[in-house]
Design a protein around this ligand. Structure first.
Ligand SMILES: Cc1cc2nc3c(=O)[nH]c(=O)nc-3n(C[C@H](O)[C@H](O)[C@H](O)COP(=O)(O)OP(=O)(O)OC[C@H]3O[C@@H](n4cnc5c(N)ncnc54)[C@H](O)[C@@H]3O)c2cc1C
Length: 424
């Protein structure tokens, strides 16, 4: 088949790579000048398969009102979640599904489904590493979640006990054991109550990974049409017509992997995709010769922030904001990430070169129930690979591989049923 993949973020690029394995003629259409330059660029770099939780956490409704009122005053500066008034009208239908999925039963079931996909991704990443050996600062020490109070840690203990049949590799640590494992946290030892180490987790630089894979895909024969915006999609008798600024492309099938922009494109074909943009920020700062550098992905579960040493750079990521498609960078939010570093790595913060910071924001494509949407769209020849929210790196390669297999009629290799659009 001739297949066009729309979007060359982590999801589009991995899909194109695995589609090519089935010998299709694959064209990737991407509006940016190269792969991975939107949400896949500056994310936290965490490849999370231990406890890939959706945002539909039981009790999340209690955060909704404060997330909106915080936007009205000074408290917005450090609030982990914000809901701007202008975004509210567009969130009604999606929001009801979001809240319906925030029960304990659905939350745990969705973690298990997310975990299956993340474990499949680990295998697919290994396959890619073996084949093309991409240099993306990958590290395999796992994720270390730290706690400054007992209550949230006990909450995770309770959830993990309920999922004991799923053999999640989680080790509970005392504060001393946290420091032993991660000496970069020594300065805050007195503030910690403990931690959880998820040994299956990995990390790496998402942009380097995406670009290395795009290059390898190009060498394997995938055509990349960069700088081309898809303006209009329509069905033809046997396939799909794609209208770009440079003219029309006729193709047998398309994969919509346009991140948060997928619903706008899908709507042109009559498909409702319940995905909304959830803005987040990161900063990357040179680590220089600072020691000891973090060797795990560190998640501070009280401060709602994650940090990673990616090569010689420290990346700190966090915050969730519903503000439509606004991708402007707020200096207040960047300052807030600096304050997080001061609280997690105070020794490093004293000497960090703030003027060399690389500030970034991106729009997480957040599905209404916390699971990505992968597979048939309901319109013949139109496939979906989107809605990965804060887990797009963690689930990228597995999603791309499973979808390519599904399109080739080999659906038995990974069960995509839980990720079907038909659940909505
Ligand atoms: C602050 C932050 C931290 C995060 N941390 C992590 C993490 O640690 N681990 C993790 O697993 N995930 C993380 N994520 C989530 C992850 O980054 C996303 O889930 C993932 O990047 C989504 O990839 P994508 O390919 O779907 O979207 P994108 O990367 O946005 O790719 C979509 C592509 O489609 C293109 N496009 C859109 N519309 C059109 C059009 N009309 N024509 C042509 N091209 C088009 C865009 O240019 C873009 O390149 C984080 C996200 C944020 C914001």
């Amino acid at each position: 088949m001739n297949i066009a993949v729309i979007g060359s973020g982590l999801l589009g690029t991995t899909t194109a790579w695995f589609l090519k394995k089935h010998s299709h003629d694959v064209t990737v259409i991407e509006r940016q000048p190269s792969a991975g330059l939107e949400t896949s660029k500056g994310n936290g770099g965490y490849v999370q398969s231990g406890f890939p939780e959706p945002w539909n956490v039981p009790g999340i409704y209690k955060m909704m009102l404060p997330a909106w009122t915080a936007t009205l005053g000074e408290s917005s500066l450090d609030a982990p979640m914000l809901i701007r008034t202008k975004a509210l009208p567009g969130l009604t239908r999606w929001g009801l599904t979001f809240l319906k999925n925030a029960t304990e039963r659905k939350f745990l079931a969705n973690i298990i489904n997310n975990r299956q996909l993340a474990l499949y991704t680990k295998k697919a990443l290994q396959e890619i590493r073996t084949e093309i050996n991409p240099d993306y600062n990958a590290s395999f020490k796992g994720g270390l979640w730290i706690f400054r109070s007992e209550e949230p840690m006990q909450g995770y203990k309770h959830h993990l006990e309920q999922m004991s049949a799923h053999e999640i590799q989680a080790q509970f640590l005392s504060a001393d054991e946290v420091i032993e494992k991660e000496p970069s946290l020594t300065a805050i030892a007195g503030k910690l109550t403990g931690g959880i180490h998820f040994s299956e987790d990995e990390n790496g630089n998402p942009l380097l990974f995406c670009q290395a894979l795009a290059k390898a895909a190009k060498n394997a024969g995938v055509k990349f049409e960069y700088g081309q915006t898809v303006n209009k999609l329509s069905k033809t008798g046997n396939g799909v017509r794609i209208k770009t600024g440079d003219g029309d492309i006729e193709t047998d099938a398309i994969v919509l992997a346009a991140g948060s922009y997928t619903p706008k494109l899908a709507r042109q074909l009559g498909v409702y995709v319940p995905v909304k943009p959830a803005k987040g920020y990161s900063i990357s700062i040179p680590l220089n010769d600072w020691q000891p550098r973090p060797s795990h992905t560190i998640g501070d579960m009280n401060l709602h922030a994650g940090l990673n040493a990616l090569g010689n750079t420290l990346r700190v990521a966090g915050t969730g904001e519903f503000t439509g498609f606004d991708t402007s960078i707020s200096s207040n939010r960047i300052q807030s990430l600096f304050r997080l570093i001061e609280q997690i790595l105070p020794d490093f913060a004293v000497n960090m070169e703030r003027e060399k910071v690389d500030p970034w924001c991106g729009l997480r494509p957040l599905s209404a129930d916390g699971l990505p949407i992968i597979g048939d769209s309901g319109v013949e020849g139109v496939y979906l690979n989107t809605g990965h929210g804060g887990l797009g790196f963690s689930q990228s390669a597995g999603s791309g591989k499973a979808l390519a297999d599904h399109i080739a009629g080999k659906s038995d290799r990974f069960d995509l049923t839980p990720f079907s659009i038909n659940r909505f």
